[in-house]
Design a protein around this ligand. Structure first.
Ligand code: F6P
Length: 364
């Protein structure tokens, strides 16, 4: 009897998910005795009636490494621990179907479960492992905020897109003598924003790790304008906030994993206006452009490494762990360690020091 692996992509999508899937399936199917199946829209495909679980073969994954998104779909709205059920009055109740999931995995004869996802999804991996499922996690997120791995795949692709946006805004800001404000993703971490600010040469960089003071930014801009440069690009992380304030975010009542950050750039623009800078302010919210499209070469390679390592872990029976990239080596960590904390930028660390050295203002 062949051994069966169930793979799912969970949470928000990100570039190179397909590269990971391809590498995983190729590694598994090159080894006699293994078959891979994909649950569509995360584990919803397994839980649905009728089930939506498809075989993943070498043919299915051929050539997909260059494509954005995920060929098996994903969701962050529902899952085994928050399954939506419509009540008679039309309202929706969320129930725990994790026991069902355990049963369905056993009925399906799955010997291993691989969950490719970010922090919320790896918390789900841990909870499923604790219920007895043989789970391996693969870290995914453009935010790069998982503490147990040096870098997540998808991050570099997002940074490349964000940097191009900064580059483009610099030239139009300079032509019109404007202040161009660019909001970038990252939830409660500023990795994408800080990298894009350094790479693209944004003058001001606002990240959640360094709360800003609007009066400092106004003074910094005044000095710049007096010196003859009458334009600036401000890279604002969606989770950035003023000192004494809080991130601009909307939490969904039914779920502990889904939340929406919105409004950081607009708030900053209003604060800037209140200091007397009335004209020449423009705001761009880059949004999901950072998540979609062709993955960077770096992420395709990293994704292939994650995929191959994940299969090696499955074959060796190393469950309850997440693949991790540390100090230039593929390794793994217990899922509990993987979700222990978010990885944020050290305000006194190397990257912030370098940014300050190239004149990036953090408004602190
Ligand atoms: O976690 C990845 C991410 O893109 C965040 O940077 C962002 O806050 C969030 O997902 C957006 O999620 P959604 O797809 O629900 O809008």
């Amino acid at each position: 009897m062949p051994k069966k692996i169930l793979v799912a992509t969970s949470g928000g999508d990100c570039p190179a998910l397909n590269a990971v899937l391809r590498a995983f399936v190729k590694a598994a199917t090159a080894t006699p005795g293994w078959e891979v199946y994909g649950s569509l829209q995360s584990f919803n495909g397994l839980l649905d009636t009728p089930q939506r679980v498809i075989p993943l073969t070498r043919q299915t994954v051929s050539g997909i490494h260059v494509r954005g998104g995920t060929i098996i779909g994903t969701t962050k709205e529902s899952g085994p621990f928050n399954w939506p059920v419509k009540r008679a009055d039309g309202t929706v109740e969320y129930i725990d179907r994790s026991d069902d999931m355990v049963r369905l995995c056993r009925v399906g004869g799955f010997d291993a479960i691989v969950n490719i996802g970010g922090d919320g999804s790896q918390r789900m991996s841990l909870a499923l492992f604790k219920k007895g499922l043989p789970v391996v996690g693969i870290p995914k997120t453009i935010d790069n905020d998982l503490c147990a791995t040096d870098v997540t795949f998808g991050f570099q692709s997002a940074v490349d897109v964000a940097t191009e946006a900064v580059d483009r805004l610099v030239s139009t800001a300079e032509s019109h003598n404007r202040i161009q404000i660019l909001e970038l993703m990252g939830k409660h971490s500023g990795w994408i924003t800080l990298h894009a600010a350094i790479a693209g040469g944004a003058e001001i960089c606002l990240i959640p790790e360094i709360p800003y003071r609007i009066e400092k930014i106004k003074a910094w801009l005044d000095r710049r304008f007096e010196a003859g440069k009458r334009f600036a690009v401000v890279a604002v992380a969606e989770g950035a906030f003023p000192a004494g304030g809080a991130p601009s975010e909307e939490k969904k009542a039914h779920s502990n994993i889904s939340e929406k950050m919105s409004g950081a750039a607009e708030r900053f623009m209003a604060e800037l206006k209140a200091t007397g800078i009335e004209e020449g302010l423009r705001c761009t919210i880059l949004g999901h452009v950072q998540r979609g499209g062709t993955p960077a070469a770096f992420d395709r390679v990293l994704g292939a490494q994650y995929g191959v390592k994940a299969f090696e872990m499955v074959a060796a029976g190393e469950f309850g762990r997440m693949v991790s990239w540390q100090d230039g080596q593929m390794t793994s960590v217990p899922l509990g360690e993987a979700v222990r904390a978010l990885k944020t930028i050290d305000p006194n660390g190397e990257l912030v020091r370098v940014a300050r050295a190239v004149n990036v203002c953090f408004g602190d």
